[in-house]
Design a protein around this ligand. Structure first.
Ligand code: COA
Length: 363
């Protein structure tokens, strides 16, 4: 029991998502990811996850309108980003801005929290480059508006579809560390803003949401397709792990990796990516799978979500230091749904510890 990561402990009952590591399947509210990602937008998956969790029902159209209004409202907080805040890494600056928002349990709070990371991250990135933040356009979809706020111009249809696919793919994933943090805070009835802040704090750690940046670092270090095999062999000889491969739960291919690989295809087909980077990534993936099979024959190690996250977010022109923040934009809806489920159906989460310290001296 002691020092373990609670992997054998069931800490919640949920109707939100199921991760089947043996079958390589992710189910979100009864729908398998491969089906969901082929037709759902961010707004659709938000309606799906929040269904029955808030006091009033929401259609995808209502959500789109109200989320647009919420983006416009939270944008007014961007002016409070001072120099100290802008010196922080993007995810920390985004979290600091979210901490200024009021707490609550209602639909207004939920919408504000869905809007906040989507508005604050692009604004922080622009301010950090000395550029003026771009105001949201409430009539756009969440994905289109994020890209417009990032670049200052309207995105293409393929770019919007790719970001929607990413946000849908990572919207929820069982009781991962940040989702558990969100539920622990919700169990005290602290409010949704507090839950989301706790979850972002858990997410930013390198063992959770901090991995995709290093995938790009690895591709940069490999440099050329011809160098892939030798570079990967050297890395393994040095005892390093190959970034974007392996998973604690999936014993087969991570279904999210394939969802993102497919989401990249229209961008590749229309020349909206750095093709050299994609070809290099393909060569690295093939070489890595081969060498991992050879070196770890007893442990199935396949590509994971972070490998294709890195390629997709890079193709959409997010800088690598912002990848964790983009993850938060997508996962906030899962955190909110879990926080509400916990508040509605759960009890105060209060486990016990075993005291192994010194005992008081007998008098
Ligand atoms: N590269 C090389 N070897 C790896 C590996 C990788 N990416 N992932 C796992 N292994 C090896 C381990 O070293 C271990 O070998 P050993 O028994 O000889 O020591 C064996 O495979 C079993 O590891 P496993 O129990 O499956 O991994 P884990 O649950 O401890 O770790 C990760 C899971 C995700 C932390 C791990 O796979 C990893 O570090 N991957 C790289 C980072 C990454 O992509 N993170 C994003 C995850 S979504």
């Amino acid at each position: 029991m002691k020092n373990n990561g609670l992997e054998d402990v069931i800490a919640a009952e949920t109707r939100l998502s199921d991760v089947d590591g043996e079958a390589g399947r992710l189910v979100i509210r009864g729908v398998s990811l491969d089906l969901l990602v082929s037709h759902a937008t961010f707004e659709d998956v938000a309606v799906l996850l929040l269904d029955g969790m808030l006091e009033q029902p929401l259609s995808a159209t209502d959500l789109k309108t109200r989320l647009g209004e919420a983006r416009a409202e939270v944008f007014s907080h961007v002016v409070s980003a001072d120099e100290a805040l802008l010196n922080l890494p993007p995810v920390d600056a985004m979290r600091a801005l979210i901490a200024r928002l009021p707490d609550g349990e209602d639909l207004e709070t939920a919408l504000r929290l869905l809007a906040a990371p989507a508005v604050f991250l692009p604004a922080v990135l622009r301010l950090q480059k000395g550029e003026t933040p771009v105001a949201p356009k409430p009539s756009l979809s969440q994905s289109a508006d994020i890209l417009a706020m990032l670049s200052g111009s309207l995105p293409t249809r393929e770019q919007v579809a790719a970001l929607d696919a990413y946000l849908v793919t990572i919207s929820d994933h069982g009781l991962n560390a940040s989702t558990f943090a969100s539920r622990v805070v919700a169990s005290t009835k602290a409010g949704l803003t507090s839950s989301v802040l706790a979850a972002i704090s858990a997410l930013k750690g390198p063992l959770h949401g901090g991995a995709p940046g290093p995938v790009l670092d690895m591709l940069d270090a490999v440099g050329t397709q011809e160098n892939a095999k030798a570079w990967l062999a050297d890395a393994l000889d040095r005892g390093e792990r190959l970034m974007g491969f392996g998973h604690r739960i999936y014993r087969v291919r991570d279904p999210r990796a394939d969802a993102l690989k497919h989401a990249l295809e229209p961008l590749v087909a229309t020349g909206q990516v750095d093709l050299d980077r994609i070809r290099l990534a393909e060569a690295v993936e093939q070489a890595a799978l081969a060498i991992l099979r050879e070196r770890k024959p007893d442990r199935p190690l396949d590509v994971n979500v972070e490998f294709y996250t890195a390629l997709l977010l890079d193709a959409l022109k997010f800088p690598r230091e912002a990848f964790t923040g983009v993850f938060a934009i997508g996962r906030t809806v899962g955190w909110i749904a879990h926080a509400r489920e916990q508040a509605l159906e759960g009890r105060l989460i209060r486990p016990r510890s075993v005291y192994v310290g010194p005992l008081p001296q007998a008098a």
